[in-house]
Design a protein around this ligand. Structure first.
Ligand code: F6P
Length: 408
């Protein structure tokens, strides 16, 4: 008799985070877990005894298949930072009491670099109290900013959505016989991986974006305005991709230069939104050109209808690999993806110490960004395999069918 396992999802959702959940629950059942519990709203929910028994779901191949194609976090999510162990042992005592009551042997947390902080602290505490519960991190984030892993599940699908949406925006943006400017704001916080995906729009059927601004380089507004002016004077319409995280020389985000409402989450991250609107207004006011600002916002996070099958497969595999590692006795680790070949693309999974991954932001290397703020072919070659192939949604009555969990 093995005992039970528990799994949670944390941070921003993705189109494939539920494929990882499917990988965890199916593999755990196949390997002998008696019950598989899901935390509703991550560790925050667990602290409120808010969990659900997923064992029946794990045993239904049809539901597992639907779960894999369901975007966003089936179990709900949280942005909750556990206290430092030295500051508040009570919280940890409470969590471990709940885990013991549920006879939990392995704990899986699907998330990005902030969520891995939870695995780090819980596995550290387990060592302190000599608990034999295993804690494993399962990687996810559309931002692709997790250290060590070649890339994160969730990124390939968001990149595929961004590149294809940019193609459609470019088609729309170039129709008039007078110059218009469309600025598209893309997520990714302080890393430009997602914005770089806009460069994939260029091909034999599409001229691609005209400018691309990643947060890894300081954003020079005067230089930007003069480039826009110069191009517009030649009568050319433009589509420009910017990261939500671009900053000016003094460190302020571009959206902070305008009136904005400040919201900061538990990890100290500001809500980043409004840079495209600010720049579009500035161009309109100063250059008199028709502009449009598009925030891709949450549309890019959960676009399961444009998901990458490569991404779904890898997301499922990292879930399964986490279970295998935990059942083999590993703890305090994160599953990472290692690219072993580009052509044909092939990857394997490994595990890595969570201490080197939690709270670390991996940015786009500067050598992959050109002098004129574009991206190099190396960066395009890095992204391209991750967006390959499709897995069609199950369509019912003209719309994709999703699996829904009661989160109340
Ligand atoms: O999960 C990462 C991310 O999608 C970032 O790209 C974005 O800045 C952030 O989440 C937004 O988070 P929230 O949903 O908490 O506003």
């Amino acid at each position: 008799m093995f005992g039970n396992v528990i799994v949670g999802q944390s941070g921003g959702p993705t189109a494939v985070i539920n494929a990882s959940l499917a990988g965890v629950i199916k593999t755990a059942r196949d390997r002998g877990a008696e019950k598989v519990y899901g935390m509703r709203h991550g560790i925050k929910g667990l602290l409120d005894h808010n969990y659900v028994d997923l064992s029946e779901l794990a045993d239904s191949d049809m539901e597992i298949d639907l779960l894999k194609r369901t975007p966003s976090s089936y179990l709900g999510s949280c942005r909750f930072k556990l206290p430092e162990i030295s500051d508040d042992r009570e919280t940890y005592e409470k969590i471990f009491k709940i885990l013991d009551e549920l006879n939990i042997k392995c704990f899986f947390y699907i998330g990005g670099n902030d969520s891995m902080d939870t695995i780090k602290k819980l596995s550290d505490y387990a060592l302190i109290i000599n608990s034999d519960i295993k804690f494993m991190g399962v990687p996810k984030t559309i931002d692709n900013d997790l250290a060590v892993t070649d890339h994160t599940p969730g990124y390939g699908s968001a990149a595929k959505f961004i590149a294809s949406t940019m193609k459609e925006i470019i088609r729309d943006g170039l129709v008039y016989d007078y110059p218009t400017i469309t600025i598209v704001e893309i997520m990714g916080r302080n890393a430009g991986w997602l914005t770089a995906a806009a460069a994939l729009s260029k091909g034999e059927d599409c001229e691609g974006v005209d400018m691309l601004f990643l947060p890894e380089k300081v954003f020079d507004i005067d230089h930007f305005m003069s480039r826009v002016k110069e191009q517009a004077e030649s009568g050319k319409s433009m589509v420009i991709a910017i990261s939500e995280g671009i900053r000016v020389m003094d460190g302020r985000y571009v959206f902070e230069l305008s009136d904005h409402v400040e919201f900061v989450d538990a990890f100290g991250h500001k809500q980043l939104a409004g840079s495209a609107k600010f720049l579009a207004n500035k161009i309109g006011a100063e250059l008199g050109i028709k502009t449009r600002a598009i925030e891709l916002s949450t549309l890019q996070r959960c676009a399961a209808h444009m998901a990458s099958r490569t991404d779904i497969t890898e997301a499922y595999n990292v879930g399964g690999a986490a279970v295998k590692a935990a059942f083999d006795g590993e703890s305090g680790k994160v599953v990472v993806i290692k690219r072993i070949s580009d052509d044909p693309y092939m990857s394997i999974t490994e595990t890595h110490d969570v201490h080197q991954i939690a709270n670390v932001e991996k940015k786009v290397p500067l050598e992959w960004i050109t002098e004129d703020d574009f991206v190099t072919d190396d960066l395009i070659h890095y992204i391209r395999p991750l967006i390959q192939a499709e897995l069609s949604p199950i369509m019912i009555n003209g719309l994709p069918r999703h699996l829904n969990c009661d989160l109340r």
